[in-house]
Design a binder for this molecule. Structure first.
Ligand SMILES: Nc1ncnc2c1ncn2[C@@H]1O[C@H](COP(=O)(O)OP(=O)(O)OP(=O)(O)O)[C@@H](O)[C@H]1O
Ligand SMILES: [Mg+2]
Length: 503
């Protein structure tokens, strides 16, 4: 075999080993590169690289070349089914020079992508003697047959690919653990990691850097879930006060009386339950920063007390006449229309001006689509580590949908969608359906005819649920009935009655 090594093949091998050893972070690009080399060396017209999902005993497509790749990616192949499935189940390489006549061939895939296969070569990829996936090359050019030599070369490249996958998996596992630990550490201190790529947000971060060096109040505005609290953290962390405490108070969470003593403290006996002196949050924040979240909900009586703290840096504990002086920087946030509150007299104008020395508006997620992929990857790494699944990324369809969706709940909604997709999704690509599962469809406000009756809602649920399971089983009714644990005849009756159709 060695005698047959020509310099082109040898160079390809060296190039790939170098890539693998260079800690190439993006697994899909690396596997694409290996598959391109394998296809060129064996002179195939098209090719695919599939990985095994050990849990569901299926193979899913990671890279496809030459055919309409995006179409193929939707498919999964059961272990043992089709030629790739056979290779994975038997952990053996094969050359099939008359695909049409081979009983193992699954014509459904090649027909639906309009790519008839004639000749084929398929080899397993292994990690520690376990088959983790398959590389298959289709149709040798000029109508020739694949040879034993092609097969041996493909096996060498499949080993390289397996190595790359193993490296990436251990690298990702380590990265995931580091990220988790990092988050744990930050969580201990109460801080989050702020992810940003859009010019809109990078510009805000620059503003924060400049604002951080002053002691002026910052008023953070923006819709719910845009990350106002994370920006408040950053202002503190980037300021000279960052060694001193950062104290958060949610002004909407407590009733007026309790909020007052929470903020300013009280002396023993100030009210019936005041059995001892209490230091308020302003005193805890002395030297540091206080973050008054949901400030739009601060009762008017406390608004005047706060105004005095800002103007004179002094206040009295509840039940005391002794003035206390503090050195605290004030950050405030709200998702309400604060100017409308001022107009209606619900928020003091003078306080508003005092707080609004440096206004910081955080734009909604739909106005900064560049942040969506980076945030999505960040949350995917986070929940992948927590759910211990092998996700490789978002399908193109899923990414397109994320980019075009309006995200009324902003980053919080994006994070929740990804967490849920990680819980319900299967190894491989995160699909659009996993992310947008049950949005309107599953729990509709109204039935299709606008009524709220239960039967209608249950039927809508049934349609979507059955459709999802059918899709997972490539619309095979026998398999779907098994998965749903119902009789096949009952399933076909439901399909008819509920007019369930392939989407
Ligand atoms: N840029 C970001 N990077 C990473 N995570 C983010 C980012 N922005 C927001 N998040 C996450 O989104 C969630 C919502 O953020 P946050 O609580 O700061 O929103 P908010 O603007 O204060 O919303 P609300 O007005 O409802 O209080 C949090 O879990 C936060 O960790
Ligand atoms: Mg908030």
């Amino acid at each position: 075999m060695l005698s047959k090594i020509d310099s082109r093949k040898f160079n390809t091998l060296i190039e790939i080993s170098t890539l693998i050893n260079s800690n190439y972070a993006d697994l899909v690009s690396l596997l694409t590169h290996i598959l391109e080399a394998a296809t060129a060396l064996s002179q195939g017209e098209a090719s695919s690289l599939l990985l095994v999902n050990q849990e569901s005993r299926e193979l899913y497509f990671v890279v496809t070349l030459g055919s309409k790749g995006q179409e193929v990616k939707k498919y999964t192949v059961k272990l043992g089914e089709g030629i790739a499935g056979w290779v994975a189940a038997h952990d053996k390489s094969i050359i099939v020079n008359d695909v049409g006549r081979d009983k193992r061939h699954l014509s459904a895939i090649s027909e639906s992508i309009g790519y008839p296969s004639e000749t084929m070569i398929a080899v397993p990829m292994r990690i520690k003697d376990q088959c983790i996936g398959v590389i298959e090359i289709l149709n040798k050019k000029d109508g020739r047959n694949f040879t034993q030599e092609d097969l041996e070369w493909l096996e060498i490249l499949a080993n390289q690919a397996a190595l790359a996958i193993q490296n990436t998996r251990s690298f990702e596992r380590a990265q995931g653990e580091i990220q988790l630990l990092h988050q744990e550490l930050q969580k201990d201190k109460g801080y989050h990691t702020l992810i940003a790529k859009s010019p809109l947000i990078l510009e805000k971060l620059e503003m924060i850097d400049r604002a951080a060096k002053t002691d002026s109040s910052v008023f953070i505005l923006g819709e719910s879930g845009v990350g106002k609290e994370l920006f408040a953290e950053q202002i503190h962390l980037r300021s000279l006060r960052n060694k001193a405490p950062f104290v958060r108070v949610n002004c909407a969470a407590l009733p007026e009386g309790i909020l007052e003593s929470e903020l300013f403290g009280h002396v023993k006996g100030a009210f019936t339950s005041a059995v001892q002196d209490r230091q308020g949050r302003f005193m805890t924040a002395d030297g540091g920063t206080i973050f008054l979240d949901e400030i739009g909900d601060l009762p008017l009586s406390l608004q005047s007390k706060l105004l005095r703290v800002i103007q004179e840096k002094t206040f009295e504990k509840v039940g005391s006449d002794v003035s206390v002086t503090v050195n605290v920087r004030i950050l405030a946030a709200t998702n309400k229309d604060i100017e409308a509150l001022v107009e209606r007299g619900e928020f003091r104008r003078d306080l508003y001006y005092r707080l609004n020395v440096l206004p910081l508006y955080i734009p909604p997620l739909r106005q900064r689509p560049e942040d969506i992929p980076v945030l999505a990857d960040f949350f995917l790494q986070k929940y992948k580590a927590e759910t211990k699944k092998q996700f490789i990324g978002f399908s193109n369809e899923a990414m397109e949908e994320m980019l075009s969706y309006s995200w009324p709940g902003n980053v919080r909604e994006l994070e929740n969608s990804i967490e849920r997709a990680c819980v319900i999704g299967k190894d491989g690509w995160i699909r659009k359906e996993d992310l947008f599962f049950n949005r309107k469809n599953f729990f509709p406000d109204h039935g299709e005819d606008g009524s709220r009756n239960l039967k209608n809602a249950v039927n809508v649920f049934k349609v979507h649920y059955i459709q999802k399971v059918l899709e997972e089983n490539n619309w095979n009714q026998t398999e779907t009935a098994k998965a749903l644990d119902i009789q096949r005849t009952y399933l076909s009756r439901l399909i008819k009655e509920l007019s369930i159709k392939e989407k």
